[in-house]
Design a protein. Structure first.
Length: 566
């Protein structure tokens, strides 16, 4: 690596301990509060964008809102590549986490300020802040548990750490619902900022405990300099993005629905070419096999993450507009004080065209249905089913975002126990087979939505909440099989000199999937039969799962050759 070596801090290893390192719990609560802020924001962002301006929202249409949400998710997952490299080479991990947390809190507070300028500035701050925070807090934990007396506890430590993520993701939506229903959107976004500040205080007050994990690897001569990475990856990506942004089809329209879609997808092309070039130019057979297996895994995993990101796009639209969110009077008495209920109103204004506050919809026959109502909930509900008083109370849409983390906490020990049982009998599937099963389960979760959309005429009726609970339950089991394994696969299969680059590749997979999820949702109104939207996901997952099964033996053998185990 052609850069000046940075003097490494001398860290004295902590005393051997029978339990876990105390730094784990500092990182647990830091991550819990950071994820509280992140999932609070992403849980309400689409809803905020489509909410009429008269209610304090932005009044965006579905296409515009889905486009912005997809772009945000894509960039949030892309930025850790840069943040991880800068921390690894220059900043150090603790400083990177502190910087990232400050930027994240600033971004959430910016979203609480009215106006488009504040919103876009806030999104930019969150994207950059996440790039510094997300990859480096996990690195600190990994470095701490690389100590000889703690190494055997590393997997358990990551499981505990992962629980912090899901506790934060679970509770945040109840806070968001309460604040936005009682005080408005700005207070809900500000709560995300407060959560991040709490996490920062916890992290900053435990620096001595965490210093042990802030040790960077000594520079290696084969490490790729950042300047070279910028020249070979980011500069071509920026130029390709500019080309995509201004390129149109024969009618002058964007190629993939919106200019931001075109810009992002074009930018991905030189980055993908760069990773393929790493494989082609690999200097040894072992490096080539490892990179080949990893890139194949990346390509298949995109489908899984597209389905995962429906949580913020397609499934949020479904929960908001197509699910019966009415509550019995008994449940309402419990839910109301907790802020779980929102009041939606009808409006006598009759519309047949799209404007800032109203949208017309088309039925299965393609004809425009004359719709009424200031809230999207009433736009596919016949007038004879509207409340007589013009108002009704519904469970807040963002509460459905808590189903997934709840099931992760509930199912994780069951799944781990099942595979432990199989392992004792020599029947535990290999890691690639587990990933294939996870992809199939993701596809089955989408199949449940196909059935839900097929059994109900969503233009005159709502579907039961049970379909969303079932969908999230099935998907969560798949997530447990796929998500924790991703970074582990990268560390096992990557040649040491390009591990950071391949970690960036894993985040790129998530970025592309997030953008594709947003891209699909921009065409939501074009799907007159909504079951076709979810059928595309089901078929894609089926194909990806079959491919993963076909290459599972090869990948498992490569992993075994490199690590000694499957």
């Amino acid at each position: 690596m052609t850069q000046t070596a940075v003097e490494q801090p001398v860290i004295t290893p902590g005393k051997p301990t029978k339990g876990h390192h105390r730094g784990l719990y500092a990182l647990f609560f830091t991550e819990m509060w950071e994820r509280f802020g992140y999932y609070l924001m992403i849980g309400i962002f689409f809803l905020y964008l489509v909410d009429p301006a008269s209610n304090g929202g932005k009044g965006f249409g579905t296409t515009e809102a889905a486009d912005l949400v997809g772009s945000y998710i894509a960039l949030v997952y892309l930025s850790p590549f840069v943040g991880g490299l800068l921390a690894d080479r220059y900043l150090g991990y603790r400083r990177a986490v502190l910087l990232g947390g400050i930027l994240l809190a600033s971004g959430y507070f910016s979203l609480a300020v009215p106006g488009d300028a504040a919103m876009y500035i806030g999104l930019g701050l969150i994207i950059i802040g996440n790039g510094f925070f997300k990859p480096n807090i996990g690195t600190i934990l990994g470095n701490i548990y690389n100590r000889e007396d703690l190494r055997a506890k590393k997997d358990v430590a990551y499981n505990i750490f992962y629980m912090g993520v899901n506790i934060g993701a679970f509770i945040c939506n109840f806070v968001a619902a309460y604040l936005r229903n009682h005080y408005g959107w700005g207070h809900a976004f500000a709560a995300a900022g407060v959560g991040m500040l709490v996490g920062l205080i916890i992290f900053a007050s435990n620096q001595k405990l965490l210093a042990e994990g802030d040790v960077r690897k000594a520079p290696q001569k084969d490490d790729m300099p950042i300047g070279q990475i910028l020249a070979q990856v980011f500069l071509p990506a920026i130029l390709a993005a500019a080309l995509g942004y201004f390129m149109t089809d024969m009618t002058g329209a964007p190629l993939f629905g919106t200019r931001s879609n075109d810009a992002f997808l074009f930018a991905c092309v030189p980055i993908i070419i760069f990773y393929i070039t790493l494989y082609v130019k690999a200097s040894t057979r072992d490096d080539k096999r490892g990179l080949g297996a990893l890139l194949a895994f990346f390509a298949v995993a995109i489908v899984f993450w597209v389905i995962y990101n429906q949580n913020s796009t397609g499934l949020t639209i479904w929960a908001d507009q197509y699910t019966d969110r009415s509550m019995s009077s008994t449940v309402e008495k419990v839910a109301q004080p907790m802020g779980m209920l929102q009041t939606v109103t009808t409006d006598p204004h009759k519309v047949t065209q799209i404007d800032e506050h109203f949208r017309a919809i088309k039925g299965p026959d393609g004809k425009t249905i004359e719709v009424q109502g200031a809230d999207p909930y009433f736009q596919n509900l016949p007038k004879d089913q509207w409340p007589a008083g013009g108002k009704m109370k519904l469970i807040s849409t963002e509460i459905f975002q808590s189903i997934n983390p709840f099931f992760i906490v509930a199912f994780s020990l069951i799944v781990v126990g099942l595979f432990g049982y199989l392992a004792k009998r020599g029947k535990e599937p290999t890691t690639p087979v587990k990933i294939a099963l996870g992809i199939f389960l993701a596809g089955f979760s989408s199949l449940l939505m196909v059935i839900a959309a097929s059994m109900t005429n969503v233009y005159i009726d709502k579907t039961s909440m049970a379909w969303l609970f079932g969908t999230y339950a099935v998907f969560t089991v798949g997530e447990i099989l796929v998500s924790p394994i991703g970074l582990s696969m990268v560390s096992k299969l990557s040649p040491p000199r390009v591990t950071a680059l391949m970690m960036g590749g894993w985040y790129l997979v998530n970025a592309i999937a997030g953008k594709v999820a947003g891209l699909m949702a921009t065409f939501w109104d074009e799907f007159t039969n909504k079951n076709m939207y979810f059928l595309i996901l089901t078929v894609s997952a089926g194909i990806a799962g079959v491919i993963m099964l076909l290459i599972s033996k090869w990948i498992a053998q490569v992993v075994k050759d490199k690590t000694g185990s499957y």
